[in-house]
Design a protein. Structure first.
Length: 233
C-alpha cells in the first residue's frame, strides 16, 4: 500500500481487523463456507466506512421510548427510498446481506449481470433489471434514484466496474458508491476516472496488478467459484 498512488475518490481501508480477515480470505486453504463468512464480514466493514462518508443523518419525526419519553427519530439522507443496491452477478450477491443490514430500511436491489470475454477481458452484459425511466412523463413521476451502491468483491482490470457505472449513470442516478473487497491499482484508477465527480470507490485492500488472464496477483482467486463451489468447471 505504501507505494500505491490512489485517486482522490478511492478509499482503501487500513482497519487492522479487516486486513487480518483479508489475509485469511486470500488463503487457498480457506474453504467455501469460511470464504462466504469472510466476504460478509469484510463487506460489513467496507460498507460501514463507505456509508459513514456517503450518507448523512437526518431527523425524521418523533417517537416514544418504552418509558414514555418522546424522542426525535433519525433516518439517512438520502432516504432509503432514494437508494438502490446493485450487485454485479454473480459474486456481488455475497455482499448484499451485509450492505442491506447497514441501511435503516430495505432498499430496492437491482441486479446487473456482467462477465469478462476471455480473449479481450472486456465486459459483456447479459442481464440488466434496472427499471425503465421515462423523462418528463406525466404517467411516471417517480424521480431517479439519488444514490446507487454497486457491490462486487473484486475490481481487477476495472472494466466491469466502469460498465456498471456507465449503465447506472445512463439510468439517471446522481451518485454512485462502489464497494469491493479487493482491487488493483489500475482497476481503482479506471473505476474512479469513469465518472470522477459522481463516484466514490471503497475497497478492503489493493494489490498491484493482474496476470495475463486478468486475475489479481496475489488476489483471491476466482472468488465467485470459491463462494459457489464451482471450482474446476
Amino acid at each position: 500500500m505504501a507505494n500505491i498512488q490512489l485517486p482522490k475518490n478511492a478509499h482503501v481501508s487500513t482497519h487492522p481487523c479487516l486486513q487480518a480477515k483479508l489475509s485469511q480470505l486470500r488463503s487457498a486453504k480457506t474453504g467455501s463456507r469460511d470464504a462466504q463468512t469472510l466476504v460478509h464480514e469484510i463487506a460489513l466493514m467496507v460498507g460501514y466506512e463507505a456509508l459513514a462518508s456517503g450518507l448523512k443523518a437526518q431527523q425524521q419525526g418523533t417517537d416514544e421510548s418504552p418509558l414514555g419519553y418522546t424522542y426525535t427519530t433519525t433516518t439517512t439522507s438520502p432516504s432509503p427510498t432514494s437508494i438502490s443496491l446493485v450487485p454485479i452477478l454473480r459474486s456481488g450477491l455475497s455482499m448484499v446481506p451485509a450492505l442491506s443490514s447497514l441501511l435503516p430500511a430495505p432498499v430496492p436491489i437491482h441486479h446487473l449481470g456482467l462477465y469478462r470475454e476471455k480473449s479481450t477481458l472486456q465486459p459483456v452484459e447479459y442481464y440488466n433489471n434496472l427499471p425503465y425511466h421515462f423523462p418528463s412523463s406525466a404517467a411516471n413521476s417517480k424521480p431517479h434514484p439519488e444514490l446507487a451502491i454497486i457491490v462486487d468483491p473484486v475490481i481487477a482490470t476495472g472494466a466491469t466496474a466502469c460498465a456498471a457505472i456507465d449503465s447506472l449513470r445512463d439510468w439517471g442516478v446522481k451518485r454512485i458508491i462502489v464497494c469491493a473487497i479487493l482491487a488493483t491499482e489500475d482497476g481503482l484508477h479506471k473505476a474512479c476516472s469513469e465518472w470522477e465527480e459522481g463516484v466514490e470507490v471503497w475497497v478492503g485492500g489493493c494489490d498491484k496488478d493482474v496476470d495475463e488472464k486478468g486475475m489479481i496477483k496475489p488476489g483471491l482467486g476466482d472468488i465467485g467459484d470459491r463462494l459457489f463451489l464451482t471450482l474446476g468447471k
